[in-house]
Ligand binder design. Structure first.
Ligand code: CTP
Length: 404
């Protein structure tokens, strides 16, 4: 997704500038071309040489601004060259300039001299962030179609305050850049509400033992990210997922944590009415122990065989609640032949689209960062997606749902 894309990374004067080193390094390693522009203040946090080494190209600062650029002024050349611009960390000062179209340094002039999508990642002290004027500037940026935003998170700040103002994590920013590189900033899901399930469910026998499966939630998170990056309002109902993976998802997504299939069923039903698209990417446990003990069972009391009962099929039940304008999407994680069972599920569950993916192929399926799939629609269309990142597959799934 990033290979051969041209990025201008504009670095502002905040301590989070050190985290941008990791972003520049990842972009360069992924095959992107990167040009870094630092403000005067940014240079006091990270030396241009650091960014030059990581981007494999000289980094620019304001002293380069007035140097005769060959053949044209540097901000014009950079602005025209860029496919995408990342601004991180964005200070209150730079945010104000962006909101009002001011240009008094190389970074802001480059932004104005370009037409490509810009991802804006602010970072500042909580009191600064909460100022009405800063919030007004932030809203102005958010309502400008050219700017994509990744808001600051909450946590311990370098000024020792605990509050909102931490720059989004490099992994979140990189995921957003991957999406922008894929879509070139299209917001084709604006005004869409997308409800997604992710991860596994756990069906307990007692407080310490359960029936579950190895789904990690990566595919569901990728779908949530991709839909959010394209402008959708996203709700993610998820089973137990590693905190590290959840932290990679944008905080603008609304998370609904559940544990059992019954809880997932309730949560999905609860959010179904307002959703335009409902995507069941979760691996729901098909059965649960017929009874669940409230206290831990001693080893000697465990039964030799476990009486089981089926859990409701969530997709099948959701279908009975949907209006005709809502779309229902399922997944079929299969071994061996993936097509026939997926087609059967597409029909049996009344789906608009199903994503059949092999879990017995290298680098695909549970826990992997990549996946491959065949997308089948109720109209009989088939699209084969070769091995790619889960985020890229998520975009292809959304493309197909959109074209239904
Ligand atoms: N699914 C569901 N509720 C269940 C089981 C599965 O909503 N109780 C959904 C999954 O989220 C997925 C789709 O149904 O989107 C297919 O799941 P899968 O486990 O492949 O299908 P099953 O119907 O359980 O069939 P089988 O296990 O026999 O393959």
């Amino acid at each position: 997704m990033l290979s051969h894309r041209k990025f201008v990374v504009g670095v502002g004067g905040g301590i989070a500038a050190y985290k941008v080193c990791e972003i520049v390094s990842s972009l360069a390693k992924a095959g992107a071309e990167v040009r870094v522009v630092l403000t005067d203040r940014a240079e006091q946090f990270v030396a241009p040489l650091t960014f030059a080494s990581l981007s494999r190209h000289r980094a620019y600062n304001d002293s380069d601004f007035w140097e005769a650029a060959e053949p044209r002024p540097l901000h014009i050349a950079l602005g025209e060259w860029a496919d995408l611009i990342l601004l991180a960390p964005v200070t209150a000062n730079t945010l104000a300039k962006l909101a009002h179209g001011l240009a008094d340094n190389l970074l802001t002039n480059t932004v104005l001299a370009s037409a490509c999508p810009v991802l804006v990642a602010p970072a500042m002290n909580t009191d600064m962030w909460e100022q009405m004027t800063v919030q007004q500037n932030w809203q102005a940026i958010r309502s400008n179609p050219r700017y994509h935003t990744i808001g600051p998170g909450a946590g311990l700040l370098a000024c020792d305050r605990v509050g909102t103002g931490r720059m989004a994590e490099p992994s979140q920013i990189l995921a957003h850049l991957h999406s922008l590189a894929d879509t070139l900033g299209k917001r084709d899901l604006e005004n869409k509400q997308v409800l997604i399930s992710a991860g596994s469910t756990r069906e307990f026998l007692d407080p310490v033992r359960f029936i579950g499966n190895p789904a990690t939630g990566k595919m569901g998170i990728a779908l949530a990210q991709a839909a959010h990056h394209r402008g959708a309002t996203v709700t993610l109902v998820h089973g137990p997922i590693e905190a590290r993976l959840l932290a990679e998802a944008d905080s603008a997504i609304s998370f609904v944590p559940i544990t059992t299939a019954a809880e997932m069923h309730q949560a999905m039903l609860c959010h179904t009415k307002t959703a335009d698209w409902i995507i069941m990417a979760a691996a729901v446990a098909d059965v649960r122990p017929a009874s669940c003990s409230g206290a831990k069972l001693p080893k000697g009391d465990l039964p030799d065989s476990l009486p089981l009962q089926s859990v409701p099929d969530i997709l099948q039940d959701l279908r009975t609640h949907l209006r005709s304008d809502q779309k229902l999407i399922g997944f079929a994680a299969q071994t061996g032949d993936i097509i026939a069972p997926a087609l059967d599920k597409l029909k049996r569950k009344g789906l608009d689209l199903i994503v059949a993916n092999p879990i017995d192929q290298p680098s695909s399926g549970f826990g992997s960062s990549t996946n491959q799939a065949v997308i089948l629609t109720r109209h009989g269309d088939r699209t084969d997606i070769p091995l790619c990142s889960k985020l890229e597959l998520a975009h292809r799934v959304l493309d197909q749902v959109r074209s239904l």
